[in-house]
Design a protein around this ligand. Sequence first.
Ligand code: ZN
Length: 291
Amino acid sequence: MKIPGIHHVTAIASDAQRNLDFYTQVLGLRLVKLTVNFDDPGTYHFYFGDEAGRPGTILTFFPWAGARPGRHGSGETAAVSFAVPSLAGWAKRLPATQTGTRFGQDYLSFADPDGMAVELVETGGSGTAIIGFHGVTLAETRQDATAKLLTEVFGYELAATDENRFRYVGSAGNTVDLLIQPELRRGFQGAGTVHHVAFRAETDEIQSAWLLDLANKGYQTTPILDRQYFHSIYFREPGGVLFEIATDPPGFATDETLATLGTHLKLPPWLEPRRAEIEATVPKLELPTYA
Ligand code: ZN
């Protein structure tokens, strides 16, 4: 049993409209689901992704109005990277960017409106639009226990090393980089930080097997939770980052058609009776229009 790769990444924003505009208009992702945080239904939950909202392309946000900024540090996701065929034209569309080359690939890094570090990595091919995740970088003070989880439990392989950066790759091709900084102070969550990284389970049966396997290996997981578009278990990896294992099915086209994904506020059946109250609580939004 192996984890193929990243399913989604969930992060914290402050202003909802600003976050929505940046990810749809500047980065060109599609809003594939507009819903609320099921644990805090007065807050939106935005899902951005490719046209179909495929696992491996989904960046989600909880926009909490007035959320205080988090602190970047250890036990946190230091950067979220997207793959693009070409970086051509991106720098002039983005706020203050830095460029570099890592493991033979050119990349461009910048901060989103809440200060979250985002990277675009050039992977070759035609076009410039985001394809999906290239990977995540986790900031950690030590490598051993997290490396063991990635390789011995998830089945990832150590693909490359550069000084204190260790790159692990799953079978779906996206990466987890461990950036080891022993003196780095602990980060804390807030606007501009990643809340958790979710990995894929292809089926519910496979997820149940992971639940057992992780428990047998001493990881403390939550029970399976119904997230409407996938089922989830959560656990904290040894370095402090919250991990999730999320199922590919049922996906985002369960309560609206592929063509209309993200055009209406969707609520799970157990929150539908509270729709009027929820709609009165969440901020009014101007939804994206796609040319
Ligand atoms: Zn999640």
